[in-house]
Ligand binder design. Structure first.
Ligand SMILES: *Cc1c(COP(=O)(O)O)cnc(C)c1O
Length: 400
């Protein structure tokens, strides 16, 4: 009989979106007359179609695969050089220098933030914010690793800062944040980098929402902070930037400077380890997708993406305006597609979920699903249409 990885017993059921779907279904069955009225502002998935650059790139690459002269089989496990250079150029246009050799192309930031745990031993002190994107917690739990939570609260604007009394080895940060929409300032990120360098810790920085940063003084990459190349791995993805949630393309930067001494005194490079890991377990993202992604990462391609992002951010503005009018405290909505607000009238997040569903047929995401610090907060997303978002917020305005 196989001995199973019993750490899976400690992974919580992914209950959040299943429970939301269940409650909506029950409501629809009991209120068939109102079922057509439901507006969903809960799911973190995009709705705008791919841009012209992406579509033209896909078509061109498909045609290349149709003839033997340009047909491509297995590609490099790290991604084609042309797209690693396109990522590096994209960074450069944002004022950040990233060596194309440090860039690893993958099929998702979810895969990479999850798989990176393999490079670290079990007995690390791992810091994870709460509330949080559940992948960081679940993947470490599956590995049997112990997590220490740092609290995101109204007091720190949901941006936990380093605590010198805690000696962490690995730190997860996500900015702009899912679910809170909060975004670290440059000074705050510098404090994290300084802490990591002083403690020889590694920061795992998830910048999946960097393209939504609209305030120019806010950092879009941790490498905007000096010294970060000596302590940070960055994960980014075209999922939210370019609507690639179903197309699948991401990139992870593992600088060559990340070298640590192991128990027998030898040096190990995280870059070399990740390269070995990917070469062994991964055969790359499809050529067709990489080619399209390289078109998306050009100046013209990004200009088109910004058109879609502006569309979403107009929704965020409508949501934020309504909350301001009602004096409901919130974070996000300016540099992030998410708006995270305090449940009115002392409600808990699942209570507010039911209240909104029953009274105005608006579906959001209860903060409790992202950690204990989300118990009294609620997430709305701006990934809907203008019409539905406006209608939802007019109903919200009448309700409170
Ligand atoms: C959506 C999202 C990602 C992107 O994941 P993909 O696997 O690239 O689609 C990464 N991190 C966070 C926090 C996200 O919300």
């Amino acid at each position: 009989m196989p001995k199973l990885n019993e750490n899976y017993l400690n992974v919580q059921d992914s209950y959040l979106f299943a429970e939301i779907a269940r409650r909506v279904k029950v409501y629809e069955e009991n209120n068939p007359d109102k079922a057509g009225n439901i507006i969903r502002l809960g799911i973190g998935d995009v709705t705008r179609p791919l841009t012209k650059s992406a579509i033209d790139g896909l078509h061109k690459a498909v045609d290349e695969q149709a003839v033997s002269e340009t047909f491509k089989g297995y590609g490099p496990e790290q991604g084609y050089v042309f797209v690693r250079e396109a990522v590096s150029d994209y960074y450069k246009r944002n004022g950040v220098s990233v060596d194309p050799d440090a860039v690893f192309i993958s099929d998702g930031a979810k895969s990479d933030t999850g798989n990176i745990t393999e490079l670290f031993a079990k007995d690390n002190v791992i810091l994870v914010p709460d509330p949080v994107y559940p992948v960081y917690v679940d993947t470490n739990t599956m590995d049997g690793k112990k997590i220490i939570y740092m609290n995101g609260t109204e007091e720190n604007n949901f941006l936990p800062m380093p605590d010198d009394s805690v000696k962490a080895d690995i730190i997860y940060l996500c900015s702009p944040n899912n679910p809170t929409g909060a975004c670290y300032s440059r000074e705050q990120l510098k404090a994290w980098v300084d802490y990591a360098l002083a403690n020889e810790a590694v920061i795992l920085f998830d910048s999946a929402y960097e393209a939504f940063v609209s305030e120019p003084e806010l950092p879009r990459s941790i490498y905007e902070v000096e010294g970060a190349e000596r302590c940070a791995i960055e994960f980014c993805s075209l999922s939210k930037t370019a609507g690639f949630t179903g197309t699948r393309f991401s990139y992870t930067v593992v600088p060559k400077e990340l070298v640590f001494t192991v128990s027998d005194g030898r040096q190990l490079s995280l870059h070399d380890m990740w390269n070995r890991r990917q070469s062994t377990k991964f055969n790359g993202t499809p050529y067709i997708i990489q080619y399209a992604a390289a078109q998306v990462l050009t100046e013209q391609g990004m200009k088109e993406c910004m058109g879609n992002i502006s569309y979403y951010m107009e929704n965020a503005r409508v949501i934020a305006e309504t909350l301001k009018k009602k004096n409901i405290p919130f974070t996000g909505g300016v540099n992030s597609p998410y708006i995270w607000f305090k449940c009115p009238n002392g409600m808990e997040s699942w209570e507010l979920f039911d209240y909104l569903l029953e009274n105005i047929q608006v579906v959001g995401t209860p903060g409790a699903g992202f950690g204990v610090n989300g118990k009294n907060h609620f997430r709305l997303t701006s990934f809907g249409t203008h019409e539905k978002t406006k209608e939802a917020m007019e109903r919200f305005d009448r309700l409170f």
